[in-house]
Design a protein around this ligand. Sequence first.
Ligand code: SF4
Ligand code: SF4
Length: 362
Amino acid sequence: MKKLKDFQNELNKCSKCGLCQDVCPIFELSSNECAVSKGKFIMLHGVTKGDLKLSKNINKYIDMCLKCGKCNNSCSAGIDVCQILNTAKYEYMNGCFISKIVKFLHGSFIFGNFIRFGKLISKPFRPKKNVSKNPTMKVLYFKGCVNQVCPKTDNYLHKIFKNRDIEIIDPDFDCCGLPFLSEGNMERFEQAAKYNLKLLSTDCDYIVADCASCESTVKDYSKYFNTEPVEIYPWGNLIALQKIHFKFNKNIKVTFHKPCHLSNDAFFSQILGNCENVEYTEMKDYDSCCGMAGTFAIKNSNLAKKLMTKKGKNISETNTDYVITTCPACIVGLKAGLFLAGNRKTKVVSLLEFLAKADEIN
Ligand code: SF4
Ligand code: SF4
């Protein structure tokens, strides 16, 4: 695993062009140069040269980041901002007492038992598996922690794919590791990634995830562990590929929030093309962060509140019945945003929940 020092050349590449500033939602709200990647890199460069220590103050700015990747995508030097920030977080946490508490919470006793207990009590509420002798396709399902505990998504999938002879292979994956990575618990991240990578090599035709953040983290394993990249897609891709037709009896107005970690949302317009009686209105900044971003919302509650309210207002302007998204954390952020914006009409749903509401699915 790389150390912060190993990124010295990357940090040197930063030309201070400021393009990251133009796209960073946190800079837009705070006008604080230390909060955007350019400023963070100046500090971290000082750390790698030994001029600065990874202090509480630097950690505050590492945490003041949505890991939305907007700066990654527009960086003129092609620097992988998130990997550098996650590595810096790891090195900071390594010297802190609080890391012992974080590691205990992430371990098998608390985190592991919570997921195991959730799975056990939700089992009777999950549908029975479709067993087919000759399935047309074998799909390996990377089920995120939220859906390990909550059975609703399994029921939506059962309804959506009921007329397709598809075998869904659903092994016991560990968490994708994003919560561990962003809190600097690299050891637990590595443990989860290596365990998941073994299961991800299961023989199948297609790998899918039900959460944009899980999908992007699984794709990132190759960066951290020098492994082959995993080709993993959102369920939406498979639904679009299968050309499943959804008929709603009543006219429904919808808008879409693109999670920061969703790399490609082309499936959404393809699915809409196969929906009857669904009217789409694009919201302003449909791909900007909802403000949730894991523990960001706890550590930076004022900034999160502003981002959520802005998102809530943008949704409200579309005057739609549903806002659809593909990440469980965004669902929480969008609900908070609508509440803060005073919108009690628009409902927040996952793409799978929305499609499962259709009156006819073929
Ligand atoms: S990842 Fe997003 S929030 Fe963080 S510095 Fe880059 S643009 Fe700003
Ligand atoms: S866009 Fe990239 S190169 Fe330009 S200032 Fe930001 S981090 Fe540095």
